[in-house]
Design a protein around this ligand. Sequence first.
Ligand SMILES: [Zn+2]
Length: 165
Amino acid sequence: MPFRLLNQCTDCESIVDNVKNHDCPKDPMKDPVKRAAAKAWEAEFDRKTKVWDDWQEVNAPDIEYARPSVNSNPTYIAFQGKCVIFGLGGEFWDEDGEDFVTNVLNNPTWGDVLIEFEKAIHTIKDTHHRFLEGLYPVDIKDWPNVVRKAVSDPNVTVLRFSTGS
Ligand SMILES: [Zn+2]
């Protein structure tokens, strides 16, 4: 990385008053191909967001905190088969938060998972990590207290919420 002054544009390298707003001849967005690609990406993001908004309006209007990843789809299967999903309380912001484990779910969709995640947020009391990024399997031996009473069937996979803020 070459030495660069704070008010030097990274695209055209001129010294300018305002790096963010100057009329840059090398602004990548002046390239019509790149501009079209950015627009298409934005339109796709809006379309995916609307899919979730429409789904939520009908199926889960009471969701207060939980936010989906727009790259998932509320009607797609999130996990094939039987599973429980858990999250741990008291490890983030509010020490009164309790552990949360779902009932056994069968082929839950991402919409189903988001509804469970909303319940989890209320139980865990971590309203900061409200973005559901995915699910990941854990070894039940590592989490005996949380899942022991929820899972006696070895055919039930134990998953943990993967969250972001
Ligand atoms: Zn520039």
